[in-house]
Design a protein around this ligand. Sequence first.
Ligand code: ZN
Length: 211
Amino acid sequence: MPLSYRRHDQFTVKEGKLVEYKGHKSFSMEQLSIRAKHTQSRRHISPVACGMLNNEDGGIILMGVQDNGLIDGLMLSKAQQEHLVANIIDTFDRYRPKVPRHFYDINFIRVKLTNSKTKEDKAYLSDESNIPHLLRTTKLCWCDHRAMTSINLGFLHKCWLIELKIHPRDHSDPRTIKFVHTSTFYDDSRMFQSETGKAYYRIEDMTKRIA
Ligand SMILES: [Zn+2]
């Protein structure tokens, strides 16, 4: 992965078993709006992550990229970045079994705007707070309200590509050996069940439900 991209750069790698592009960052099932549930136009990301975990060879989910590989990036304040990390960890912690932290990494890669005159990252309101982020809901969090206030006042946050990397399962890693031996899986196939209680796997660029 390069250190940064420019907005509207194009990935040449097509989506497949190990790569999925998402234009949004809605990760858990609670973030699905009623409309999205009916249209399926904006499915939450967790089933894809579950499928990559169950395939054992891992994969990469890139948020802020259109299906065709065009990079848009997502404009996020520092607090919104923290929110996103907290949200992914909270969701993986609700999997059965809970996904060990060494199974995945979350990285933020800068997407530079092509118009260099745009002021970036000059948040109008302070971004620091001890208030917990609002998870497991479609409602906006305090961090989103602050970011929107900043944007309305003409202050833009930096643009990011979010990379969720699911590592290939390494059965020689002592942490993984211990995890597999001490965890309760719902059957002998040792699949993870997502926060919805359903298990998924990947075939090419598709995520299929097992149970
Ligand atoms: Zn938040």
